[in-house]
Design a protein around this ligand. Structure first.
Ligand code: FES
Length: 171
């Protein structure tokens, strides 16, 4: 009788142990599923294309919401995201380009930027000059990819407007 009871106890314990192990495994799997294996965030470093595809002047890249300017061998990039509430600003060509002295050279301003949402205006170097925009448009650092010579922007690496660091010179 005692042997039967201890066998029953053993089976009960084994069953309970198996149940606890199964529940623990299930709980771990459920918790693990909450942690993604991949990041769905957009990459911050983006290849924009070969430098030859950027003619002198301005090129708007809608996907990155970015204006890339080229003057000879010098490039700079200004965000098209309005610093008020994030609408996409549009560029308007100036009747007469302006020159602005900046550290390390001169910036040729060919456009100004206008926000269609609440009327903010920005100068050609991205400075906020009218409307509710609280800050200048963001400049981003550009580089050239060593493997395929494409222009690369790092959208996580803003630079001060007109900072020499924000101008890429390929000379
Ligand atoms: S979002 Fe540009 S002015 Fe409001």
């Amino acid at each position: 009788m005692k042997a039967l009871s201890s066998r029953r106890e053993l089976l009960l314990r084994l069953g309970t142990g198996a149940g606890v192990a199964a529940l623990t495994g299930q709980a771990v799997a459920s918790l693990r599923s909450l942690v993604p294996n991949v990041s769905y965030d957009a990459p911050t470093t983006v290849k924009l294309g070969p430098t030859a595809e950027f003619p002198d002047g301005l090129k708007f890249l809608p996907e990155q919401r970015l204006f890339v300017f080229r003057e000879g061998k010098t490039f700079h990039a200004i965000s098209a995201v309005c610093t008020h509430l994030g609408c996409t600003v549009r560029a308007e060509a100036l009747a007469r380009p302006e020159e602005k002295a900046v550290e390390g050279g001169t910036l040729r301003l060919t456009h100004r930027f206008l926000c269609p949402c609440h009327g903010s205006e920005y100068s050609g170097d991205g400075g906020n000059v009218a409307g509710p925009a609280p800050r200048p448009l963001t400049w981003y650092r550009l580089s050239v990819s060593p493997d395929d010579e494409q222009l690369v922007v790092d959208l996580a690496d803003p630079v001060e407007p007109a900072d020499p660091e924000g101008r890429l010179n390929l000379a």
